[in-house]
Write a protein that binds this ligand. Structure first.
Ligand code: GLU
Length: 291
């Protein structure tokens, strides 16, 4: 679904556009917008490029990755920078991007029903997800870890230590699934990780589990209360979600991100976002082929 169509539908039913954040004031890095790029007629890229607009599903509550500050008109983070790079390659300016909040559980449905054009939302590539949506990448690799209260950092350091303890994670995530499938914790599901962090801070749960990159952002916001402990116990390969079967779109995403990795734009985006949460800039990962 293109934004122009969305706008028309929304105008027709008299709803307000204020629910979605628009590109507005730009991001953390300078991204060069392509001047009249050419794409095969009828392709998704050609349609997006001609409309000058794209709807991107992102997280709003994950510092360093996808985060909308109260009062800001656009979210910020590494995923947001990846979105700006992909939009720029299509000739789309920041103010042509409609950022749409996704939570872990609605990423596949949003892609399947056309609510968004692409998803960039700490979205691990998995075989199961690739049955129903396309996923290009990975553009970043992290791993599942544990976030605990400062006073528990010696007691809880491995997922095995959580046996019988209340561990919060998010519905529709690989993190919650792994906790349920592989460890003896009492899983507490919420819709977002920020809700889990609230539960940890108020003492309702003993730990929060998800990707280290996400947890480090919350720990950086609460340095006296929270700590990320232990080693990663999974490999989470972040991909860009698109409509299943759109191989040309997969190739566009992969080639554009590869160029950003090769010319330093990717590293610059990392340093300005996740780097600020204390995550060291890694080597760019090798991406999957689209074939
Ligand atoms: N990367 C994992 C996933 O896609 C956990 C983070 C999240 O829920 O966004 O399920």
């Amino acid at each position: 679904m293109r934004f122009t169509k969305t706008k028309a539908v929304i105008a027709a039913v008299g709803l307000s556009l204020s629910l979605a954040a628009c590109g507005g004031d730009g991001g953390e890095t300078d991204v060069e917008v392509a001047d009249n790029p050419e794409f095969e007629a009828g392709s998704t890229m050609a349609e997006l490029s001609e409309s000058g607009e794209i709807v991107i599903g992102v997280k709003y509550d994950q510092p360093g990755i996808g985060f909308l500050e109260p009062g800001a008109d656009a979210p910020k983070g590494f995923d947001i920078e990846m979105g700006r790079i992909l939009a720029a390659g299509l000739g789309i300016e920041d103010d042509g991007i409609e950022w749409k909040e996704t939570v872990s559980d609605n990423r596949e449905p949003y892609l399947q029903n056309g609510t968004v054009d692409i998803v960039i939302a700490s979205y691990s590539i998995t075989d199961e997800r690739r049955q129903v949506v396309g996923q290009a990448g990975p553009y970043y690799v992290t791993g599942q870890q544990l976030l605990v209260r400062e006073e528990d950092k010696e007691k809880i350091t491995t997922p095995e230590d959580t046996e019988g303890l209340k561990v919060c994670s998010v519905t529709g995530s690989t993190s919650l699934q792994r906790m349920v499938d592989e460890y003896g914790a009492d899983p507490v599901p919420f819709s977002t990780y920020s809700e889990c962090v609230d539960q940890l801070l108020n003492g309702t749960v003993d730990a929060v589990t998800t990707d280290g990159a996400i947890l480090l952002g919350y720990a950086a916001e609460n340095p006296d209360e929270l700590e990320v402990v232990g080693e990663p116990f999974s490999e989470e390969r972040y991909g860009v979600g698109f409509e299943k079967g759109d191989t040309a779109m997969c190739e566009y995403i992969t080639e554009t991100l590869q160029t950003a990795m090769d010319d330093g734009t990717w590293a610059e985006a990392f340093e300005a976002t996740l780097g600020e949460s204390g995550v060291e800039t890694p080597e760019p990962p090798t991406m999957d082929s689209c074939a």
